[in-house]
Design a protein around this ligand. Structure first.
Ligand code: DHK
Length: 144
């Protein structure tokens, strides 16, 4: 069975409660369930992992090698700071799509830079939690 990994970084465990005007009202579990349902229709599986710790995200990226067709990754604040996550993505051959719920380009200037986007297949920002589904759709299309 083809499978995707959805990774979410720091503070995204608070999705739905955290700054809802920016990140929306849906909780992470709800987003995961909807994504699982979408993939299920196509016969694909989904694994999900959220962590507030950089090293745990790195470990999951390493372990993804050979296990998944793609990774949907919202690195949250690590997007703008983490050379270690960038190196982890570069170290594996599984394609990664970086997802941001908010439009990082119309917020504080420090959110405009992503250290990870240059080593990802693509980046989605500003579509709310729909962005995770758009990323899944891209992997489904690419594997047709
Ligand atoms: C989530 C965060 O937690 C921020 O640190 C990023 C991203 C943006 C998002 O839009 O999903 O800057």
């Amino acid at each position: 069975m083809k499978r995707l990994l959805m990774l979410n970084g720091p503070n995204l465990n608070l999705l739905g409660k955290r700054e809802p005007t920016i990140y929306g009202n849906s909780g992470l579990e709800e987003v995961e369930t909807e994504l699982r349902e979408l993939l299920d229709v196509h016969g694909w599986g989904l694994s999900c992992f959220q962590s507030n710790h950089e090293g745990e995200l790195i470990d999951h990226i390493h372990k993804a090698e050979g296990q998944f067709e793609g990774i949907i990754f919202n690195p949250a604040a690590y997007t703008h700071t983490s050379v270690a996550l960038r190196d982890a993505i570069s170290a594996i051959s599984v394609p990664v799509i970086e997802v941001h719920i908010s439009n990082v380009h119309n917020r504080e200037p420090f959110r405009r830079e992503s250290l990870l986007a240059p080593v990802c297949w693509g980046q989605i920002a500003g579509l709310g939690t729909i962005g995770y589904k758009v990323a899944a759709q891209a992997f489904l299309e690419a594997e047709k």
